[in-house]
Design a protein around this ligand. Structure first.
Ligand code: NDP
Length: 449
């Protein structure tokens, strides 16, 4: 590695992908610095997956406390205190941020706690004007929530601010029908907030299996979450009492105390200086890269959400790792994007891997589906009328399981293990040969006939 530059690698953005790339590159002997303008840990740790999952746990107690009575527990008067949960979650985020920083320092990665821009194929300029040279630059700046350009949009907030609310609103409108909309709808609803999901189209979670998302819709409606479909937002007005009046095309306006924009995330490339040095950008400003994460400028690479390929943390981590192995480890490595498992931490959660039935219809000649539609025994005793649904998509000719899709308690926990079988290309017969583990919900996976 060359001594002509200050560093072998400068990473911009200390999120999950950037941190992994920095740490592994340093372990391979590279001299590495990582620039971060906000907090080490990025979206997932600071204002995404981690604090969200903790809120999901916190929210679920609402149902557990209710169900406990049917299991013989006398539960006294219970009261939810949002500031306690919020502050404990923020404390945990701070702890994790410290661990991330320590881990970088232990691996001799220098943290440059400033905004950095690219000012040449091998040069990065920090906010204080310092110029730093690097043999390779890796952009891992992630993405930010999109806020549509409608009058009054500024009265809404994004998922970034959800973790810092002063109080839980009485009425919330969530715009969008994707991951963030359905996850926060579940959280807020369990905290006794009346939630309305407003969607521009006619379906939620468009990339998930239709039967599974229909089940989530049915259960959400049953719980009391409202949905407005085909309802583009026209404008938002702030009322004198501080509440919001949300105007939808062709429908009555809705009154709310909070509006959450959950309409997708855009790559963070604005003001980074990329176009000036010749880095090609695509739709929404995403950095265009090849299979080795290399941009149109040979010394500049990009990984994670800023490339807008698959906006999932574990994918960004894989990309960061592959980059480090390829560029500094002498071991060319590419990410395999087939059969990526994913989950929505709604109430109840959804999880899936591989082809949905819709995709099988388009891509595979003949396929079969197997469905288990059942009420988990815990729900039966609790008197909770929520059915789980598991679905296998099987290639009729090869018998290979092409996809597994599920909704029900702990679906993401179960699906992670089942995804190994799909990734390994196992057949339905091999699923059937496995003896059921009784009594569990996941035994349904090997009992579908
Ligand atoms: P999603 O892409 O999941 O959903 C966006 C939603 O907003 C869709 O319903 C889409 O409708 C709608 N929409 C898009 N553009 C507009 C617009 N201009 N006006 C009105 N509605 C619009 O985005 P999220 O914001 O929920 O999440 C961002 C990403 O973050 C996700 O794609 C996911 O990759 C990641 N994420 C992952 C999580 C997890 O793994 N559990 C949790 C949270 C986020 P339509 O269907 O018509 O396009």
């Amino acid at each position: 590695m060359s001594e002509t530059y200050d560093y072998d690698l400068v990473v911009i953005g200390a999120g999950s992908g950037g941190v992994r790339a920095a740490r592994v590159s340093a372990a391979h002997g590279a001299r590495v610095a990582i620039a971060e303008e906000y907090r080490v840990g990025g979206t997932c740790v600071i204002r995404g997956c981690v604090p969200k999952k903790l809120l999901v746990y916190g929210a679920h107690f609402a149902e557990d406390l209710q169900d406990a009575r049917r299991f013989g527990w006398e539960v006294g008067e219970s009261r939810f205190d949002w500031p306690t949960l919020r502050d404990n979650v923020l404390g945990e985020v701070e702890r994790l941020e410290g661990l991330y920083s320590d881990m970088l320092e232990r691996n001799e990665v220098e943290i440059l706690a400033q905004r950095a821009t690219v000012t040449g194929p091998n040069e990065v300029t920090l906010a204080d004007g310092t110029k730093v040279s690097a043999g390779t630059i890796l952009i891992a700046t992630g993405a930010h929530p999109m806020v549509p350009d409608v009058p009054g949009a500024e009265h809404g907030i994004t998922s970034n601010e959800m973790f810092h609310l002063d109080s839980i609103p009485r009425r919330a409108v969530i715009v969008g029908g994707g991951y963030i909309a359905n996850e926060f709808a579940g959280i807020l609803h369990e905290f006794s907030c009346h939630v309305t999901i407003v969607n521009r189209g006619d379906r939620i979670l468009r990339h998930y299996d239709e039967q599974i998302r229909d089940r989530l819709l049915t259960i959400s409606l049953m719980k009391g979450i409202d949905f407005k479909f085909n309802a583009p937002i026209e404008k938002i007005e702030k009322q004198e009492d501080g509440s919001l009046r949300i105007h939808l095309a062709g429908q009555d306006p809705i009154a709310a105390d909070l509006l959450l924009w959950a309409v997708g995330r855009l790559p963070n490339t604005g003001g980074l200086g990329l176009e000036a040095v010749g880095v090609e950008l695509g739709k929404n400003g995403a950095i265009l890269v090849d299979e080795d994460n290399q941009s149109s400028v040979a010394s500049i690479y990009a990984i994670g959400d800023v490339t807008d390929r698959v906006q999932l943390t574990p994918v960004a981590i894989r990309e960061g790792h592959a980059f480090a192995e390829t560029v500094f480890g002498g071991k060319p490595t590419r990410v395999d994007y087939e059969n990526i498992p994913s989950a929505v931490f709604s109430h109840p959660p959804i999880a899936g891997v591989g082809m949905t039935e819709g995709q099988a219809r388009d891509r595979v000649g003949e396929y079969k589906t197997y469905v288990a539609d059942f009420r988990p025994m815990k729900n039966v005793l609790a008197g909770r009328n929520e059915r789980a649904l598991y679905k296998l998509i099987v290639d009729e000719e090869t018998e290979k399981v092409l996809g597994i899709h599920m909704i029900g308690p702990d679906a993401p926990e179960i699906l992670q293990a089942a995804a190994i079988a799909v990734k390994a290309g196992l057949t339905k017969a091999q699923f059937d040969e496995t003896i059921a583990l009784h009594p569990t919900m996941s035994e349904e996976l090997v009992l579908m006939r």
